[in-house]
Ligand binder design. Structure first.
Ligand SMILES: C[S@@+](CC[C@H](N)C(=O)[O-])C[C@H]1O[C@@H](n2cnc3c(N)ncnc32)[C@H](O)[C@@H]1O
Length: 204
């Protein structure tokens, strides 16, 4: 048991410098538990700090500890939920208010042109101090309310006959680009002799 605890602690220490602080993936009303699990797995694997879920249907438990006990989430995330903080909100409005209070900027993702500023994934800059990246519902996509409160909309270019990518796949591709940029930025800061950014959120 002690050996296992030591192994876990060692791994946690190894990955700590690579985690992207102040980066949150936000899911707006996801319907499919398998997608939620895949996103949490991607978030953990890529070193994103947290997942927020807007869950207007109240399908998920309020508390992270309870969520961690939920078999369907533990199974679909291959236990990543044990290691990744997840917070749920009753509405997009509540989530936006919480993010704004904690000085997070939001960007949305969509296969379509949304809002005033649209960017191709790899052409945009994601190194702002605090960033929330929103992903929309499997059939409705992202809401107009969230688009209106966001800096810009990001798209992965599509070259096939289908309209969009699956939610889980999208989070993998988008968060890979964003974490790659933020890690490079953090590394540059470190080399310049400034400490890594600290999470200053008032409440999780
Ligand atoms: C299955 S898609 C939703 C499709 C929906 N009909 C729509 O109009 O957006 C679910 C979510 O995955 C993300 N997504 C899917 N394809 C994308 C793409 N090519 N670029 C950016 N985001 C994408 C968006 O966040 C979208 O809301």
């Amino acid at each position: 048991m002690d050996k296992e605890k030591n192994r876990v602690r060692q791994r946690a220490n190894e990955i700590k410098p690579y985690r992207c602080k102040n980066l949150i993936a936000v899911l707006e009303n996801p319907m499919d538990i398998k997608n939620i699990g895949t996103v949490i797995r991607n978030v953990n694997a890529l070193g994103v700090e947290k997942t927020y879920i807007v869950d207007s249907r109240k399908a998920l438990p309020d508390d992270w500890e309870e969520m961690r006990e939920k078999k369907s989430l533990s199974k679909t995330s291959v236990s990543a939920i044990k290691w990744s903080f997840v917070k749920r909100f009753d509405s997009s409005e509540d989530c936006l208010k919480h993010l704004e209070k904690n000085r997070f900027r939001s960007v949305v993702t969509s296969p379509h042109v949304k809002g005033k500023i649209n960017e191709i994934l790899h052409e945009a800059d994601y190194t702002m101090p605090k960033l929330a990246v929103w992903f929309g519902n499997e059939s409705r996509g992202i809401s107009d309310e969230v688009v209106a409160s966001s800096d810009f909309c990001v798209s992965i270019p599509m070259f096939g006959m289908i309209e969009s990518l699956n939610l889980g796949t999208t989070t993998g591709i988008v968060l890979y680009e964003i974490t790659k940029q933020r890690r490079a930025f953090q590394e540059k800061y470190k080399r310049a002799g400034r400490g890594p950014q600290k999470s200053t959120e008032s409440s999780q």
